[in-house]
Structure formats: C-alpha cells, structure tokens
Write a protein that binds this ligand. Structure first.
Ligand SMILES: O=C(O)CCC(=O)C(=O)O
Ligand SMILES: [Fe+2]
Length: 199
C-alpha cells in the first residue's frame, strides 16, 4: 500500500476529489476541542448485525444535527442531538473552507489500537450523489486506508494528524472504500468528526 505524502491540499487520486489540510486547527484549538468533546459528548457503543449476529461496534459514537433526521448505517439508526456551541462553531468554520453546508456530524471515539472502522463507503441514500464529507481528526494519529473498488492496484494510506481536516467529495464515496484499521502499535485515544449534509 502506497503512502500519500500530501504536500498540497489536493490528494490527486483517480475518480475522487480529496483534500487534506494537516493543520486546519491550531494546536491549542485542537487540544481544547478534544478535551471538551471527550468529556461532554454522551459516547455510546451500539451493536451492529453482521450475517444475523450482533457484535458491539469497535468504537464509540455520537450524532449531532441541526434537524431531526435520523441517520442509519449497518443496521444502526442514530437520532441526532442538538449541536453544542463548540461543534456549531467548527461546522461554520468548515463550511467556509469547503464552501458547502453541513447539517449533521457523526463522531467516533477510538479508545485504543483495537478500535477500528471497517472498509466502507459513506454512500447511504440520504447523503445523495457525490456527497461532500469533511472529517476532522483529534488526538492520537491513526492511518486512514483507501482502496479503489475496481482497480485493485489503487490502494493508499494517509496518517490523519491531530487538528487535520480531510475533505472527501466527487466520486470518492461511489468509487473508493475507506477504513481505519486496528493497529498493534500503542496508540492513545482518537476522536473523529465527520460533517455531512442530510436534507
Ligand atoms: O475515523 C475516521 O477517520 C473515519 C470515520 C469514517 O469513515 C466514518 O465515520 O464514516
Ligand atoms: Fe466513512
């Protein structure tokens, strides 16, 4: 798997529009946000059904939104909580950067290297065609893997740093899969926020 070394925001993958901003948030801002979210978000661990059996998700999650629309994936339906001021401010900041609106934020808490997020695309119907998804990383650095759904040689990994912003758009969710794999390295907690538009 080839490592992406993003010198410019645009990652230049085929059939994908993706940009990476390593220091989107300043160090202090990122530290503060991490601690606020770690402490104040009602983190929950849901079960997912795989081939008819229930498994606990290997991470904790939460959902915030500015509408009442629920969000479903992997047989889980999540109901959004009202945005807290810190998340609203971040949302506005990212909307300016991406020049697009978001309604919803899905949060993930990876407690250690055993927590993960398996291969998937964020292609649920309610996200629409060619969705823009903006992803903020806080805390421990973890690798983000990408693979093209048809072209087997197209596989990459990107280290997601504390305070970074990754923006996925264009055909990314239709042509590629992504994951946060488990790691045997000693890693601390990581929080990820993905902003989405659900009309
Ligand atoms: O934790 C990450 O960086 C990715 C999260 C993700 O892909 C998702 O929640 O859909
Ligand atoms: Fe995803």
């Amino acid at each position: 798997m080839q490592r992406l070394f993003p010198k410019r925001p645009d990652l230049q993958l085929c059939e994908s529009t993706m940009s990476y901003y390593p220091q989107f948030l300043g160090r202090k801002e990122a530290d503060t946000l991490y601690h606020v979210l770690r402490k104040n978000v009602p983190w929950q661990q849901d079960s997912i059904k795989i081939f008819g059996r229930d498994y606990l998700q290997p991470r904790l999650t939460a959902l915030y939104g500015d509408n009442e629309k629920s969000y479903s994936y992997s047989n889980i339906t999540m109901h959004p909580k009202k945005f807290i001021p810190e998340l609203l401010e971040l949302k506005q900041n990212i909307e300016e950067k991406c020049k697009t609106k978001f309604t919803t934020c899905l949060l993930n808490l990876y407690r250690n290297g055993k927590d993960s997020n398996g291969w998937h695309a964020d292609n649920e119907k309610e996200l629409g065609k060619e969705p823009v998804i903006a992803s903020i990383s806080l805390g421990a650095e973890r690798f983000f893997h990408l693979k093209h759904q048809e072209i087997k040689s197209e596989r990459y990994k990107l280290l997601l740093e504390h305070g970074s912003l990754l923006v996925m758009g264009g055909k990314t969710q239709h042509k590629w899969l992504h994951q946060i794999p488990k790691t045997s390295r000693e890693v601390g907690e990581r929080i990820n926020l993905t902003f989405r538009y659900i009309p």
